[in-house]
Design a protein around this ligand. Structure first.
Ligand code: 13P
Length: 299
């Protein structure tokens, strides 16, 4: 199937009151796990990679965005469900320009450290460029807090101001807007509930589909309600990495398993294969999440 535009996926979702998941990958297995889940549940889905991680200055080997673009496009074309390919949260506009060249059809700039003027200027520039190439642009108004992994916060966020958000969308023409309404990035071990009053206020003011980042830590029972408040996309990342690590940990803790035939453990694809197990476990988690988004059966 051809790659589908983010706008059409989100428009459909809004019309039929469900949300599309963006499940963030970092390698082949995690990407295939997302597509396995989407095909299994017949869900439209947004696949992709994180520009901040790919561009991380601590990387000892520089990543090539074109490899990731080729991977995403090929996987999307071979899949039997509608897929959009997103380069998420890149801190450098140049990463996003390369992503567009590499075939990503949606981008998001992470400009939380910019001044409001810088953010406006960079976003306008990216929207002009991306729209000329039929690529959608997501932006963020306000910033999400970051969990520190020990029950506290590593960074405080700033809740989205509805008037600011509305002005920002009008001045930039972005296609979707991520909002900070109680959601927290990389939160594990507990969940947060959303500030519904604030979300409703933003929804009244902002015309484009809203996006919730920090999907892993959002209370899943309440999540489905968000579709009624203009939310059409939910970003999920940590959930997949934890599922992958848990599956490997199960193997590492089984006495003697690592001494087994290396080809059975890696690459064989059979019962003992670590990456096969990780792919299955990630796909299960993603499929469950799709149920809560209401995207199951909507492909
Ligand atoms: P989580 O890792 O908290 O699910 O958030 C992912 C995310 O928002 C990526 O943009």
């Amino acid at each position: 199937m051809a790659i589908v535009s983010m706008n059409s996926l989100l428009r459909q979702a809004q019309q039929h009151r469900y949300m599309v998941g963006y499940f963030e990958s970092w390698n082949l297995e995690s990407l295939l796990a997302v597509v396995d889940a989407a095909e299994h549940t017949r869900s439209p889905v947004i696949i992709g990679f994180n520009g901040g991680f790919l561009d991380n200055p601590e990387r000892s080997v520089k990543e090539n965005i074109y490899h990731y673009g080729a991977l995403g496009i090929t996987v999307a074309r071979e899949a039997g469900i509608p897929i959009c390919l997103l380069m998420n949260e890149a801190a450098h506009p140049s990463t996003l320009l390369r992503a567009i060249q590499a075939g990503f059809n949606a981008i998001m700039y992470a400009g939380s450290h910019d001044t409001p003027e810088e953010l406006l200027e960079t976003t306008r520039y990216l929207v002009r460029t991306a729209h000329a190439c039929s690529v959608a642009v997501e932006a963020e108004a306000g910033t999400l807090p970051w969990a520190d992994g020990h029950g506290g916060l590593a960074e405080n966020g700033r809740a989205t101001d509805p008037d600011e958000a509305s002005a920002f969308v009008k001045e930039t023409s972005v296609d979707a807007l991520a909002v900070s309404v109680g959601n927290v990035h990389v939160l594990e071990g507990s969940t947060v509930s959303l500030d519904w009053e604030l979300l409703a206020h933003i929804h009244r003011k902002v015309s484009v589909p809203l996006v919730l980042h920090g999907g892993t830590g959002i209370d899943r029972h309440a999540l489905r309600e968000a579709a009624g408040y203009g939310v059409a996309k939910v970003n999920v990342g940590t959930l997949l990495k934890r599922a992958c690590l848990d599956s490997w940990s199960e193997i590492f803790r089984t006495p003697g398993r690592l001494e087994d035939d290396p080809h059975a453990l890696l690459g064989g694809g059979g019962k003992q294969d670590m990456n096969r197990l990780a792919r299955e476990r990630m796909a299960e988690k993603v499929a469950n999440f799709m149920e809560d988004l209401g995207s199951t059966g909507k492909a």
